[in-house]
Design a protein. Structure first.
Length: 127
């Protein structure tokens, strides 16, 4: 079964994405901050992390750097409402595999997740 950690400080977003991914047979753990996500990563093995850019405490870029120190092979997807020049380049530099700009269609999220993990029943972490 695929395990994902989803990180966002917006409860509605967490609920919607969690529901979407669980309908696809994935297991999702939610975190509302970068620190909470890092705690999950230290305690559990995930195949994917999905994170927002703007979080309390660590932002999505800083979280990604630290997450990859813990789980160097784990793909990361960033889902953000921020659109400014250079965000995709900065995401690549932080080791983020894909950036989705909010709002997005649910099929875009599913495609990005399946692409990132090769959809072989791995654990996924959404941030």
């Amino acid at each position: 079964m695929t395990e994902i950690v989803l990180v966002d400080d917006n409860q509605d977003f967490l609920g919607l994405v969690k529901n979407l991914l669980e309908q696809e047979g994935m297991t999702v753990r939610c975190a509302e901050s970068g620190e909470e996500a890092l705690s999950e990563l230290r305690e559990n093995t995930f195949h994917l992390m999905i994170t927002d850019l703007n979080l309390p405490g660590l932002d999505g870029f800083a979280l990604s750097w630290k997450a990859l120190e813990i789980a160097p092979c784990m793909p990361i997807i960033m889902a953000t409402g921020d659109i400014y020049p250079g965000i995709s380049r900065m995401a690549k530099e932080a080791g983020i595999a894909n950036v989705l700009f909010k709002p997005f269609h649910p099929s875009e999220m599913l495609y990005a997740v399946k692409d990132a993990i090769g959809f072989q029943g791995k654990k996924v972490l959404l941030v």
